[in-house]
Design a protein around this ligand. Structure first.
Ligand code: HEC
Ligand code: HEC
Ligand code: HEC
Length: 130
């Protein structure tokens, strides 16, 4: 019993799917470790009001665009902005809300993998500058 609850959000990924599937969006993967090494717990769990529970916050896009929750940072200033839908909505459809202790890649959709894998020959060969 104890062992079944040891998936640890501090080191894992939180899948958030209170509304996404129903709205026809892929569920959200929140990479907790990635964030927690950059910010103190307090920033999110006190100042921004994130409850310590996977799926325990009623997050929607209106709030995010209003600067609440993820939107406090994903606003094009602290971090890339909300128009990058699939960077957040990146889980396989139907993935339930959970803390997933393994690497994010197991949860990712092929769509996102493909995005990073776009090895299409580039027109400007040789120079990889952007
Ligand atoms: C910074 C992360 C992030 C980005 C970027 C993002 N979302 Fe979301 N979105 C969330 C989170 C978190 C939820 C809550 C997920 C849940 O509970 O299912 C959510 C929920 C939703 C929902 C269901 C709730 C609602 O508001 O109706 C829809 C639809 C949605 N997003 C669409 C989009 C679209 C379209 C884009 C791109 C224009 C987008 N999202 C970009 C994080 C993000
Ligand atoms: C950038 C924001 C952010 C930071 C920093 C952060 N967290 Fe979280 N944390 C979250 C979010 C988002 C969730 C998931 C909430 C949800 O699903 O609605 C979460 C969930 C959790 C959970 C609940 C997981 C579960 O089992 O349900 C715990 C525990 C937690 N965080 C602990 C911490 C600790 C400890 C720190 C600092 C070492 C920390 N967090 C730093 C955003 C953050
Ligand atoms: C306290 C600020 C903060 C909050 C709150 C926050 N993020 Fe982030 N997030 C960042 C920063 C900074 C980055 C790195 C951006 C960059 O590399 O340009 C990032 C990156 C990400 C990445 C990409 C990780 C990677 O491997 O490159 C995802 C996915 C993400 N955030 C999702 C979310 C979701 C979903 C939420 C809300 C549940 C959220 N973030 C809330 C600051 C935040």
């Amino acid at each position: 019993m104890l062992y079944s609850v040891t998936a640890n959000a501090e080191y894992g990924d939180v899948v958030i799917n209170n509304y996404s599937d129903d709205a026809g969006m892929r569920p959200v993967i929140f990479p907790h470790w990635f964030h927690r090494i950059r910010f103190r717990c307090k920033v999110c769990h006190a100042d921004l009001g994130f409850k310590f529970k996977a799926g325990g916050n009623k997050i929607n896009m209106l709030k995010i665009i209003d600067g609440e929750y993820c939107g406090a940072c994903h606003n094009g200033e602290v971090a890339w902005s909300v128009e990058n839908c699939i960077l957040c909505h990146s889980a396989k459809p139907g993935t339930p809300t959970q803390v997933h202790e393994s690497t994010i890649s197991k949860l990712l959709t092929t769509a996102k993998k493909n995005k990073y894998k776009k090895n299409k020959p580039d027109v400007k060969k040789g120079g990889s500058k952007k």
